[in-house]
Structure formats: structure tokens, C-alpha cells
Design a protein around this ligand. Sequence first.
Ligand SMILES: [Zn+2]
Length: 259
Amino acid sequence: MLPDRGRKGRESRIFGRTTPFGGRGSRVPGRGGPLARLSRRGRLIGTRTAWTTVCDGEFFCPGCGGDRNYQRRTGRRRFVFLGVPLLSRGETGPVVECAACQDHFGLEALDHPTTVRLSTMLRDAVHTVVLAVLTTGGSAARTALDAAVTTLRGAGFDDCTEERLAALIDALAADTGRLNDPECAPGLAIELHEALGPLAPHLAPAGREALLLQGARIALADGPYTPAERDVLATAGCALTIDPDDVARLLVAATRTPR
Ligand SMILES: [Zn+2]
């Protein structure tokens, strides 16, 4: 369980709210009396943590739900009596502190990409799937290019045109010689896994299936699946951690629900 926070990077855990020293919410019996003076100081009985910032950055805060700045911090806990630190209670943390809501989280909070990063990963994933499908069938047919341009623009590549996409495919073919070359399949599989693997854990099943279906519909735009297109889509499904049976089901479903 994460510690409560106090102000200015200090956390206080208050004990003895009903002790003669008083505490938060207790009433002070008389201004200036010895008991009152003790009461004003009595809030400081407990443990206090002094935090040190190790590094900072940006993360998606699970507390306030958005891209926020964070500070990664470690703390030293001390037992405090009447405001005086007496005993070390050891170190605590590290924790991730949100700059907006100031809640503390475990370091696993940094495993989740920010929404900006996630949208970039998604765009790159669509681009990779589209190119992978298009480059399996030799020179892409006009209808496949049309479908690909529509998909890429929908993913945020606003300046994508058929001419640019065709030029990119030709350049890839010239660079890697991978068009119609079964030997290039491992390289294509690596590209798909690199683009889709890190993204898959952060997408809901429907999001992962939608990515695969986008590729399937481009493959179907110029006719039934070719064996190479099936292989690429199966690889994409694997990279997206979709069960092979579900991949087969989705590929059939795409033939029945053309875009
Ligand atoms: Zn927050």
C-alpha cells in the first residue's frame, strides 16, 4: 500500500489523535497554556517521509486519467515526536508521483504508454500491416491501393496518395527485393512483430481484431486471398496475440463484410 502524502514532499502518518497532545480535529482547551502548546505540536507525532526526486518524465496517470508529468521519487521514513525526527524507519518507494493529482503509484504505472505514444504506435501498426499486405502480391492492384490509401488516411496519414504509396512499395521492392520473394518472409514477420508486439497488450481484443481486419480488407480488394496474403495476415494475427482459430474466423468474416 502506498503511503499517505504530506505537503512539500513530506508524508506524515499521525498517531494519537485522542492523546492529551491532541491532534487533527481536537479542540485546544486554552490559548497559551502548556497543554495548548503541546497540542499545537502534538500533530507531529508519527512517521514522516522525506522524498527525493530521482527523475521525471511523462506518463499516463491511472488516477486522473490522462498524459501527465511525473516524478519518480524515493523516500526516507523517520519516526517523529513533537516535530523532532528521532528514529529512522528505513527507506520507502520508489514511487511515481503524478504532477497533476499528486497521487503515488508503483513503477508499473510507467509500463503503460501515454495516449500520444499509443496513438503513434497505432498509426505505425496500421502502416506496417498495410505495407506488408501490399508487398506480398507483387505490384499492388489499383483497387488494393485505393483501399490502402483510404485505410491510411483514416489512421491519420492525411497526405497519403496512391502515387506516394505505389512509389513507397516500389522503393521497398528495390531496396529489399522482397516482392514475390519467399526468402524475405522472415524479415516481414520481424517487422510485423516489432510494430504490433509492443502495441498488442494495450489494445482491447476488438482493437486488435480491427487492425487485422483492415489488412484483410486490403488483401481482398483485388480478389480472394493469395497464399502469401494469408501468410502475412496469419503473422500479423500472431503478433497481435490473436488465437489462430480466431484469425481464420476473422479472415472468413472479412470476405462476407467487404468495406
Ligand atoms: Zn494524476
